[in-house]
Design a protein around this ligand. Structure first.
Ligand code: CTP
Length: 405
């Protein structure tokens, strides 16, 4: 299986004017082959060498050229483009662009985006060898390096002008490899991760339901961490007030039965299943079609409940099963109950947390957990749900690696 090293990565490719601009077309394709989403910004000079239409057709997005172009700005404005990208890669970067970038100019779209960017910036210079070795250019490059801009190349060889020396655009394959190495190692690249999150609602009648206090925050944080780790993530969510996780696919569900059906429809090619949802254990046997009314003859009411399907146990019982991670929310005997759940549900890992402590858990941004697996456990201090998610993802990827050996 080919590993797509840039899955979920957003790369803004800046193309400046120079004969090597035609190579940017190939670069778009190679970055996409690695799974990256690529958008293109061209300087006016670049459009003399390669057409914006070519770049648009290859990238699948409008090519951005001018600051005040109402059409492309309405698709995505310059600040949004800067915020959108995980990396701004300028290839080829001309001597003129490098000088303007270095001087902090904002006189065209590309320099303005670079000024507004809080993300990584890399440049692949390409120019005549004399322009490259010119002391002014070298001073500019040294200044960019001090500002943590990554310089890719240039390479040495015969130049378009017939001269030989340093100044050729680095080979496209090498630019792609250098781009991959900018991102931290992707722990779950190529893996499909399905996560249940939030509460379920079990309806009693058209206006009432049984539910619980789960906010969905921990499940959504895990989905973000899995996306960061390069996974293809599906969030199967009960009703929450949270925004969908960027770059994950969300399937909204209401009841445990809905959630069960959605999970089963996504499980065949799933590598890791994480059950974070607080699934209601029981649902009313009968859901009244009309609103239940008080009666004169009794001041009590009985609703008969029946057990819901155990989603994670059903997943773990499949013959071709993913790596299964469960959560154990307990109010007492935390580790004992967690270990029993691990065995009873045949899980690979369980995340135990004490929901009796109201300063952490259900609605809080923090949590305190212990990771429990068959032959070990690890107790973590109180930390944000986001950091906990990253720890869980790390642990899962380590256990997956260990299974391969
Ligand atoms: N779970 C599930 N389907 C259910 C109940 C729970 O998938 N019907 C999953 C949860 O998402 C969690 C794990 O099972 O990952 C443990 O949930 P919990 O409610 O703590 O366990 P229960 O089996 O309901 O046990 P109990 O209520 O007795 O503590």
């Amino acid at each position: 299986m080919t590993i797509n090293n840039l899955v979920n990565k957003r790369i803004l490719l800046g193309v400046t004017g120079g004969i090597a601009a035609y190579k940017a077309a190939d670069l778009v394709r190679r970055l996409q082959d690695q799974g990256a989403d690529v958008r293109v910004v061209m300087t006016r000079a670049a459009t003399e060498f390669i057409t914006p239409l070519t770049m648009q057709a290859l990238s699948g997005h409008p090519t951005h050229i001018d600051m005040l172009d109402a059409e492309t700005e309405s698709v995505m404005g310059h600040i949004e483009l800067a915020r959108w990208s995980d990396l701004i890669l300028i290839a080829p970067a001309s001597a003129d662009f490098i000088a303007r970038f270095c001087g902090g100019h904002g006189d065209d779209l590309l320099t303005t985006i670079c000024l507004a960017a809080e993300t990584n910036i890399a440049i692949a210079p390409a120019m005549n060898q004399a322009m490259w070795s010119n002391p002014q250019t070298q001073m500019n490059i040294a200044q960019l390096e001090r500002s943590e801009v990554l310089i890719m190349g240039p390479a040495e060889g015969i130049q378009a002008c017939g001269e030989t020396g340093q100044g050729r655009l680095l080979d496209v394959d090498q630019i792609v490899q250098r781009t991959i190495s900018i991102f931290p190692s992707e722990k779950l690249t190529g893996k499909k991760v399905v996560i249940t999150a939030g509460p379920t609602r079990e309806s009693i009648d058209p206006v009432r339901f049984i539910s619980n206090h789960s906010s969905g925050k921990q499940g959504y944080a895990l989905a973000e961490a899995a996306v960061e780790a390069g996974a293809d993530v599906v969030v199967i969510s009960g009703p929450t007030n949270l925004d969908p996780v960027d770059r994950a696919r969300t399937i909204n569900t209401v009841s445990a039965d809905d959630m069960y059906a959605a999970v089963m429809s996504e499980i065949a090619d799933c590598d890791v299943f994480i059950g974070v949802a607080a699934v209601a254990d029981f649902k009313p046997v009968m859901q009244s079609e009309q609103k239940l009314k008080k009666t004169q003859d009794s001041n009590t009411m009985t609703i008969e409940l029946i057990e819901n399907p155990d989603i994670i146990a059903s997943v773990a019982a499949l013959s071709k099963r993913p790596f299964c991670v469960g959560f154990a929310a307990e109010t007492e005997h935390l580790l004992g109950h967690a270990r029993l759940k691990l065995q009873r549900k045949k899980l690979d890992l369980i995340v135990a947390n004490n929901v009796a402590d109201s300063s952490i858990g259900f609605n809080s941004d923090n949590n305190r957990i212990t990771l429990v697996w068959n032959d070990g456990e690890s107790d973590l201090p109180v930390m944000s749900k986001r950091n906990i998610a990253a720890k869980i993802v790390n642990h899962v990827s380590k256990q997956l690696d260990a299974q391969k050996v």
